[in-house]
Design a protein around this ligand. Structure first.
Ligand code: FA5
Length: 354
């Protein structure tokens, strides 16, 4: 009997070694352990051996049966682990908690325009900066030459927090001081010009209509170096607009007042929704205020640590505050700004899919 078991164990191990899937494993299990299996045949042979050897032979068969069962269980676990590993490796990301079928999302149109602009400015050597939505009164107003009780604050009434003189930023110019302080040392030490854009969400206590929302996006840009002039400003504005629209668009530059630039301009775009005839998206004027800009006021450069009282014009620069949400309106033909914030996926998911 011992020899029979040794021979059977060898056959079993050989066959088990060749098994590569659960179906084959089940076939092998049946061929050894079922009622008509090879171990049952072994039990039948017991009747042919002398009585005094039967007890020992029976124990040998039982031990072998347990061994075979244990080897099957091990192989079953091994195959399941291999199948799971294969699944994980063949899937880009595998999340067990994910439902089997889920709808594919899409980027918000403002995200799309923002990324496009970031690429355009990055290709022109600009750094991309991020800035918080809660800012101090100093950064939002005082550091950009809007002292307390200045009438320009009325245009940008915003939401004030109860603590520490903080507020939700009413314009991305709130980051100007931080950017000047961050990049100023490199400008002075190694002559690296300051070139940065910073997109961000802005908040205003606003009478909402088709072109004004209380929550909207702007993208601020600054460039500071020696001898920066209005020509540089116009060049960058034109390049940016023709890149983003992929065609010539009609713009007009007119004088505009902002305490943090001198001189200051309003850059308007001829409304692409009505071709300049006048519609709700442009307040029936045919033009949409898109990108106010100007040469950075000497006080702002001084407060940003760039120039000193001794030489207030050593460095000059320009700044602009692009209305990102309005740009998205023009680019995608959206007629009412409120579409961007009302969470209607039917409207928002028709832009390029993620
Ligand atoms: C400013 O916010 C200045 N900080 C821009 C600036 C920066 C000027 C640097 C000079 C130099 P203004 O309030 O005009 O300016 O807003 C800038 C742009 O943001 C507007 O032209 C418009 O496109 C957009 N914008 C302003 N208010 C809203 C609003 N309520 N809803 C949607 N877009 C708005």
């Amino acid at each position: 009997m011992k020899e029979r078991i040794v021979e059977l164990r060898k056959r079993f191990e050989d066959q088990l070694g060749n098994v590569a899937d659960p179906e084959k494993l089940e076939e092998l299990r049946l061929s050894f352990l079922s009622k008509k299996g090879q171990l049952q045949d072994l039990m039948k042979e017991l009747s042919k051996i002398p009585n005094e050897q039967k007890k020992e032979a029976g124990q040998l068969i039982n031990t072998f049966k347990q061994e075979v069962q244990q080897r099957f269980d091990e192989k079953k676990e091994e195959l399941a682990a291999a199948a799971e590993k294969l699944l994980i490796e063949s899937t880009e990301s595998y999340d067990e908690s994910m439902p089997a079928a889920f709808p594919c999302g899409s980027y918000h149109p403002i995200t799309l325009v923002q990324r496009e602009l970031e690429d355009i400015f990055e290709s022109m050597g600009f750094d991309i900066e991020d800035y918080s939505e809660i800012v101090s009164d100093y950064d939002c107003f005082e550091a950009v030459n809007i002292p307390k009780f200045h009438p320009a604050r009325d245009m940008q009434d915003t939401y004030y927090l109860t603590s520490k003189n903080q507020l939700l930023k009413s314009h991305t110019s709130a980051a100007q001081n931080a950017i000047l302080r961050k990049y100023g040392p490199a400008l002075k030490e190694s002559g690296r010009p300051i070139r940065a854009v910073f997109p961000g969400r802005c908040f205003r206590n606003e009478a909402v209509d088709a072109s004004h929302d209380n929550t909207f996006f702007q993208m601020e840009g600054v460039m500071v170096d020696k001898d920066i002039s209005i020509s540089n400003l116009i060049y960058f504005m034109k390049t940016m607009l023709s890149e983003v629209f992929g065609r010539e668009v009609t713009v007009r530059l007119r004088p505009g007042f902002f305490p943090f630039v001198e001189p200051g301009f309003e850059l308007d775009i001829k409304c692409l929704n009505c071709g300049g005839k006048g519609c709700p998206s442009c307040g029936n004027s045919g033009w949409l205020e898109l990108c106010p800009c100007g040469m950075i006021h000497p006080n702002v450069l001084k407060m940003g640590g760039i120039n000193t009282d001794e030489d207030p014009f050593e460095y000059t620069g320009f700044a602009f505050g692009l209305g990102l949400t309005r740009l998205a309106m023009m680019k995608y033909g959206v007629r009412d700004i409120r579409v961007f914030n009302d969470g209607d996926l039917g409207a928002l998911s028709q832009f390029i899919s993620a």
